[in-house]
Write a protein that binds this ligand. Structure first.
Ligand SMILES: [Zn+2]
Length: 216
C-alpha cells in the first residue's frame, strides 16, 4: 500500500478554512490565500507541546488521587474524601451505579487517555510505521472521550448540591478537585496539540525517498 501525504505532494492546508494550496518555500511565512491565516503543514512543535502538557498532567494526577476532593463537615464531625475513598463510600452505601461512574470517569478514563497519548507521542517521535490505522483510531477515541472528561466534576457538583439540600452537612471541594480539574484540562490540551498527521508522515513504501521531513 502506498500513502502519499499532502505535505509530501507539496501541498498545505489551512487550519482555519480548510483550503488546500501549493506550499511555497520561502523565508517569510506563508498565509492562506482565502482567509489570511498563517499556514503550517504540521502543528508547530506538536510533539514538544504534547509532551510538556502530558508530563504536567501525569504529575498532577498524583495529587488528584492522594489529596481530598471533598470535605464534609456536619454536626458529627468533619471528613475528607479522596476520589478512591469516595468510590468505596458510594459502593458500600449501595450507590453502586454512582460508584461505577466516579470510578470510570475519574480513574479509568484519565489513565487511559494519558497512556494512549503517551503511546501516540512516542511512536510519532520514533517515526514508527507500526499500525497507523489503529493509532489513528486511538487518537479519534481520545478526542471523542474528551468531551465527557468533565463528567466527574459534574458528579461532585451534583453530590454537593444533593447533600446540601438533604442535610445540614456542609460540603466543599478539596485541593484534590483542583488538581483533578487541571489533569482533565491539560490532557484535553495535549490531545489538541498532537497532530494526528504525524502518524502518517513516515508510513510509505520504502522505495520512496522523503523529500523533506522538517516540521514547520
Ligand atoms: Zn484559510
Amino acid at each position: 500500500m502506498k500513502y502519499v501525504t499532502a505535505k509530501r505532494a507539496g501541498l498545505v492546508s489551512c487550519h482555519a478554512c480548510g483550503r488546500v494550496e501549493p506550499r511555497i518555500r520561502s523565508v517569510t511565512p506563508q498565509h492562506c490565500g482565502r482567509c489570511g491565516a498563517r499556514l503550517h503543514s504540521r502543528h508547530p512543535d506538536s510533539l514538544m507541546r504534547t509532551w510538556a502538557l502530558l508530563i504536567a498532567a501525569a504529575l498532577l494526577y498524583i495529587p488528584a488521587n492522594l489529596l481530598p476532593v471533598m470535605h464534609t463537615s456536619s454536626l458529627l464531625g468533619s471528613e475528607d474524601d479522596t476520589i478512591m475513598s469516595g468510590v468505596v463510600y458510594f459502593w458500600t452505601s449501595g450507590d453502586w451505579p454512582l460508584a461505577m461512574i466516579v470510578f470510570v470517569a475519574s480513574i479509568m478514563v484519565p489513565m487511559l487517555k494519558l497512556s494512549v497519548l503517551a503511546l501516540l507521542a512516542v511512536t510519532a517521535q520514533r517515526r514508527s510505521r507500526w499500525r497507523p490505522d489503529q493509532r489513528t483510531t486511538l487518537y479519534r477515541m481520545v478526542e471523542r472521550i474528551g468531551r465527557w472528561s468533565m463528567l466527574d466534576v459534574f458528579v461532585i457538583t451534583l453530590t454537593v448540591a444533593l447533600v446540601r439540600f438533604k442535610s445540614l452537612a456542609v460540603i466543599t471541594a478539596g485541593p484534590g478537585a483542583i488538581a483533578f480539574g487541571s489533569v482533565v484540562i491539560l490532557t484535553m490540551m495535549a490531545s489538541m496539540q498532537f497532530d494526528p498527521r504525524l502518524i502518517w508522515d513516515h508510513v510509505e513504501s520504502r522505495s520512496q525517498k522523503p523529500q523533506d521531513l522538517d516540521h514547520d
